[in-house]
Design a protein around this ligand. Sequence first.
Ligand code: MD3
Ligand code: FE
Length: 203
Amino acid sequence: SREAMAEGAVLLRGFARAFEAELLPALREIVKQAPFRHLITPGGHRMSVAMTNCGSVGWVSDSTGYRYDAIDPESSQPWPAMPTVLRRLAADAASDAGFNGFEPEACLINRYVPGAKLSLHQDKDELDFAAPIVSVSLGLPAIFLFGGLKRADKPHRYRLEHGDVVVWGGPSRLFFHGVAPLADGEHALMGRQRINLTFRKAR
Ligand code: MD3
Ligand code: FE
C-alpha cells in the first residue's frame, strides 16, 4: 500500500518483506565487519541508538561534529560495500514513490533496543537536498515522530512496523523527526530490537 504522510513523504507498508530472505543475511555480514557502536554527539552525549554503516561513505559523530566519512573510525578500514539487495530495495522503493534513478552512497544502520530513542532532529549533513532518503524498518515496531520545518511544530505519530519503507523527498526532507523510546517486545525474526536502514546520497 502507498500512503502520503506529508508533502513528498510516502509510506510503503510492508515493502521490504519481499527482500527479507536476502536482506537479513546481508545485514549480518555487514555487522560482522563493522559492529554496532554507540556514537558520541558533539555535545558529549552517548547515543542510546547503536549505529553502523555500509556503502562508500558512512555517517559518523564524535566530539568534533557530524560528517560522512569513507573510513570506519573503529577499524580504520573502508565501510563494508553496500550489498546488491540493499541497493535494489532502496532504488525500487524510491521509484515506487516517484524518484527514479536513486543510487544511494550511504546506508546508516540504526539499532534500537527497548528504551532506546532518537530525539527530534533534522538531517542536514547531506549536500543534495533534492535527493530523497529511503528508510526501512525491521523488527520491533516504533513510534516515529514527524514534525515540520520548525522544531516547535507539533509532531504527528506513526507506528512503523517490520518491513515498512518510507521515502522522504520534497519539502519533508528537512522536517524535524525522531523516534519515541522503543517499547519492549519480541519479534519473530529480529528478536528484542528494531533495526532501521536509511539510504542517502551524501554528496
Ligand atoms: C524524515 N532515523 O538516522 S528513519 C536518522 O528510525 C533517523 O532510525 C530514524 O532519523 C530511525 O537520521 C528515522 C526515517 C527518517 C530518516 C531520515 C529523514 C525520516 C526522515 C530525513 C528527513 C525527514
Ligand atoms: Fe534523521
